[in-house]
Design a protein around this ligand. Structure first.
Ligand SMILES: *Cc1c(COP(=O)(O)O)cnc(C)c1O
Length: 385
């Protein structure tokens, strides 16, 4: 067991001590954090649906109909008509025969790997995949092979090294700390060539990318039938909570039979499912939010480039500004908060050493003025002018 007292001290000295801030408002363009009203540049509520009146109304009405707790796991008696309808709508929206709800995205990823892989198999992952995909490989006991970030030659080399067992190839679609996108066609080619099953985690693409927010496959013109396992979360652009896996009839039935973190956990509240159905409805009927988000992303990039901020190659709502030193990143984030701007500092071990960053996330409801203020303050803190 680790000496946790000493470990905490060490974290403080290295500027790696994590602390929670207390929120007393809904998610929105503005939030109240530690009692202070600030502009919000770090939630994943990209479209502002987490506090949308219609989404809340569906939640309230479903709570009246179903109560709050679902009371049991899906396979016992926690699977309501609301859950079932949402699964059908999600499958249809993403172009798959079936979809299955999980209580969180973290659990969905664990469930897939544990359910599909044995210790004789290999899971091949991008070095920058989300922690839940890496943990998923560990829990499955399969052999984990990691290739260099979006390096399809490195990927090919790893795939060639797997001789025995089956192969599961997993990648984020939009990398959560860098905001860049994987080339799904390249992944598809590699998976076909080496006979690997392809899984895409679209947590940051679903709801924002593609036609009506149908996600990264639609955005990159990839047929759903080419990606065997599609996973996306509901707690980000959709503004609710939970996640789903979409795929073939056989895949979904396999998960229902054998994914331990599906079977042995309480179903998400039915009210969350109903609220998500409303979010989905909003996606299909109103696409001005995605347009506005894209305008904000472009405006931020334009201003940040003019101010010579160190951006990464991202076209998504996740726009990291690389600072390097962890303490410096934490300091700048703190100073921004004093100025009424909430931007998270992301430090090792979440990102590689010396790549600590401000992880700016944009929203559909940010104004041009909000973005100007943000870029001005960041460049002032970095460059002193
Ligand atoms: C957020 C995220 C998850 C986890 O989803 P939760 O519903 O928050 O547990 C999984 N994968 C990626 C890429 C994510 O960004």
């Amino acid at each position: 067991m680790k000496n946790f007292q000493q470990d905490l001290q060490q974290r403080k000295q290295n500027g790696l001590y994590r602390q929670r801030k207390i929120l007393s408002s809904p998610q929105g363009r503005e939030i109240i954090i530690n009692g202070q009203r600030v502009l919000n540049f770090c939630s994943n509520d990209y479209l502002g649906l987490a506090n949308h009146p219609r989404v809340k109304q569906s939640f309230i009405e479903a709570a009246q109909q179903y109560g709050v707790g679902s009371g049991a796991a899906h396979l016992v008696n926690g699977h309501t008509a609301a859950h079932h309808a949402l699964e059908e709508e999600l499958a249809d929206f993403c172009g798959y025969p079936r979809a299955l709800l999980f209580s969180t995205g973290y659990m969905a990823n664990l469930g897939v790997a544990q359910s599909l892989c044995t210790k004789h198999d290999s899971i091949i992952e991008d070095k920058l995949n989300h922690a839940s995909l890496l943990d998923a490989a560990n829990i499955s006991q399969a052999r984990l092979l990691r290739y260099l970030h979006k390096d399809y030659q490195s990927l090919s080399n790893k795939l060639e090294r797997c001789h025995s067992g089956e192969k599961l190839l997993c990648s984020d679609s939009v990398f959560s700390m860098d905001g860049d996108e994987v080339d799904i066609l390249q992944m598809l080619k590699q998976s076909k060539k080496h006979d690997a099953l392809l899984m895409i985690d679209d947590a940051h693409g679903f709801g924002v990318l593609g036609e009506q927010g149908r996600g990264s496959l639609n955005h990159q013109q990839i047929k759903a039938s080419d990606v065997s396992v599609y996973m996306a979360t509901l707690g980000k652009a959709l503004g609710t909570a939970g996640a789903f896996v979409a795929g073939s009839e056989a895949l979904i039935e396999t998960l229902i039979q054998s994914a331990r973190c599906y079977i042995y956990t309480t179903a998400m509240p039915a009210a969350i499912a109903e609220a998500t159905r409303s979010s989905l409805q909003l996606l299909t009927t109103e696409n001005w939010r995605q347009q506005s988000l894209n305008e904000n992303i472009n405006y931020f990039k334009q201003l940040a480039n003019q101010s010579e901020l160190n951006l990464l190659d991202s076209n998504t709502a996740i726009q990291p500004v690389i600072i390097g030193d962890a303490k410096q990143a934490a300091y700048i984030s703190e100073q921004l908060l004093h100025k009424g701007l909430h931007v998270a500092a992301i430090r090792p071990p979440t990102v590689a050493l010396n790549t600590a960053r401000l992880r700016v996330t944009l929203r559909a409801d940010h104004t041009r003025d909000d973005i100007e203020q943000l870029v001005n303050e960041i460049s002032h803190l970095i460059n002193g002018h």
